[in-house]
Ligand binder design. Structure first.
Ligand SMILES: [Zn+2]
Ligand SMILES: [Zn+2]
Length: 369
């Protein structure tokens, strides 16, 4: 194995990402060093790169290596690691995916089994790269899995292309729908048919949804949502006002409103409209908007009077990634995952890949290593 590996580092807003080399780390006991095979550009990476999310203000020390949606192979195993987090034997060369964060294990959230709410978790997604073990972001030749961080073997029947985004969008929506207690026979309205929305459509379908309604303003996305199990779509170019869309959701849910509405857009202005779409006892899943300081106005009496709730969900549980892999094995022939094909770029083309994805020239760019 070479002693050095390449990484694209992010120094902060306005700086293009730069390719540097770091020494390939020897894993400490319990850790795993992964050779990255591919790393996608996620919406949150774009938000950081564009400056919508100030990660320095969130406590991330710059420079860092961005990127978290990745699949790779085990390059080195730290002392004591013989199995993945589900107990499957693990060896050098095995393909793996990992939970994109690690947790402290002893705070109040960790102790009560809610470790995605560990204060360490959001910070752990973005860690400094100048010191050992350097490789804590996915836009690099290696990725370092810390002791205790969840890691799962990728089944042979899943391609790299299918496996790379599993640790973000798919895992997040599975956990989000569990957290709002989405149940068999319920209705759901999904705001936004991007990566998260498309995954949520198929997951809600597989969870036994009575009706899945997807709202977006881009025709191709709505078309894709249909292919992933949406019963009804609402085109924002046809129903232009929140009032019209609210009436349509009411109509499609027998006059009641949706049991669950999921915000998977990324902008808070859609939230009041989504809350309106809830029927009494409905739950609003707030997941897409992670830009601090972007706010919305809402009437709390509407929640109180209908016994409605808002649940904020970020990241996902220790078992979710395993469920996401299992979901994909069951669902891969049922939904056209090949239609969400990503376009490949080399690590050296990373700035171009970000620019092209931001301009909408590609839906999902992937860095091949
Ligand atoms: Zn992501
Ligand atoms: Zn904790």
């Amino acid at each position: 194995m070479p002693d050095k590996g390449r990484a694209a580092i992010y120094r902060g807003l306005g700086h293009p990402m730069e390719i540097v080399e770091y020494p390939v780390p020897e894993p400490e006991p319990g850790a795993v060093l992964v050779k990255v095979r591919r790393a996608n550009i996620c919406g949150s990476d774009i938000h950081i790169w564009r400056g919508d999310i100030d990660i320095a203000a969130m406590g991330a020390p710059l420079p860092i290596i961005l990127g978290h949606e990745t699949v790779g192979t085990v390059a080195r195993l730290g002392e004591g690691v013989v199995a993945d987090s589900a107990g499957e034997p693990l060896a050098v060369g095995d393909r793996v995916v990992h939970r994109i964060f690690y947790t402290c294990g002893h705070c109040r959230a960790c102790l009560k089994g809610m470790d995605p709410a560990c204060p360490l978790a959001p910070i752990a997604v973005y860690s400094p790269c100048e010191e050992y073990p350097h490789f804590l972001g996915a836009y690099a030749e290696y990725y370092y899995i810390r002791p205790g961080q969840k890691i799962f073997k990728v089944p042979d029947d899943l391609t790299d292309e299918m496996a790379a985004p599993v640790n973000c969008a798919l895992a997040q929506v599975i956990y989000g729908l569990e957290r709002v207690g989405f149940g068999y026979g319920e209705t759901i309205a999904i705001q936004g048919a991007g990566g998260l929305g498309i995954c949520a459509t198929a997951v809600a379908r597989e969870m036994g949804a009575e009706k899945v309604i997807v709202i977006d303003g881009i025709e191709e996305r709505l078309e894709l949502a249909r292919a992933f199990g949406a019963d009804e779509v609402i085109d924002m170019n046809e129903l232009k006002t929140p009032e019209e869309r609210f009436m349509r959701v009411r109509e499609l849910t027998g006059g009641w409103g949706a049991d669950v509405v999921a915000e998977l857009v990324g902008y808070p202005h859609v939230i009041p409209e989504g809350i309106d779409m809830l029927g009494n006892s409905g739950r609003y899943l707030s997941m897409g908007t992670i830009s601090l300081g972007m706010t919305y106005e809402a009437d709390p009496a509407l929640l109180v009077m209908g016994n409605k709730s808002i649940v904020g969900v970020m990241l996902y549980g220790p078992d979710t990634l395993k469920k996401a892999l299992d979901f994909l094995r069951r669902a891969k022939d049922k939904y056209p995952f090949d239609r969400v094909l990503s376009r490949p770029y080399a690590l050296e083309e990373i700035n171009k890949a970000f620019e092209e994805q931001e301009k909408g020239l590609v839906t999902r760019a992937t860095i091949i290593l």
